[in-house]
Design a protein around this ligand. Sequence first.
Ligand code: GUN
Length: 310
Amino acid sequence: MTARKLDGVATAAAIRSELLPRIDAFKAAAGRVPALHILLVGDDPASQVYVRNKEKAGRDTGLTVVIHRLAATASRDEVLAQVRELNDDPGCDGILVQSPLPHALGKTVEQLVFDSIDPAKDVDCFHPENVGKLVQGRAVLAPCTPSGVIELLQRQQVPLAGQRAVVIGRSEIVGKPMALLLLQRDATVTVCHSKTADLAARAREADVLVAAIGRPAFVTRDFVKPGATVVDVGINPLKTREAVVSIFGAESARVTTFDTKGSAMVGDVHPEVAEVAGALTPVPGGVGPLTIAMLLRNTLVAAEARQGRP
Ligand code: GUN
């Protein structure tokens, strides 16, 4: 079997084009364009790329996107002061603080910073008030990656109600909210993690398997029930040619990519899974573009919800 490709690029383009008339309507009513503000602290190379992609997608869709940069040496107080300023700015609709924050700021800083974002502008849905609403099934803003996965599955007619869904990974950003959103669509959900006994056997029970662990090519064919839908949330850089060859094979185009660019990506799912799965998201071009599309949608939703409020 060769798995059907679940095309995140096309689905993200469809979601973004659906935003255009709503952005126009907001502009007509509010006299301005919805504005996303992104705070980037430090110089993590992957974060620079992610933020650039968000900025481009936002501007291409007609939103205002403002990037605020702070040096890696910034203090907690400086980061918190920047967030406060954005909370108080009536022209700012969405605030995204790019994760990870520099290690030098300490282990607890992310929670402190995310907790300080105005929940009405929390387009990541990381604030505990928004997470609580998500748990209760009444979220206005839902987390971008998991809600992008749901949009993709629904638009590609992958059934969820009554199906067995297995999520590998229990992060606050993806694994936990992914499980909640699948549950809200009436899937029977299992969350697996690094301490799960016989992980491959649990995963093999899935009709819909979501891999969000951040380990290159971790999910091999023995994790997958034949015909299952597999969603690969991982984006892992491979730093050596040997690693690329051992995962993709010497003849793969990914080796050429590595030879020209000096790096190549692999998801959390091994490419051999395409021979077993019924449907599979590619990396790149699967979940990544959807995360960005949902961020833009959340910015518009936040702007619409705030409109007319004091
Ligand atoms: N870093 C990687 N993914 C994300 C995300 O979805 N939101 C934020 N704020 N940072 C990230």
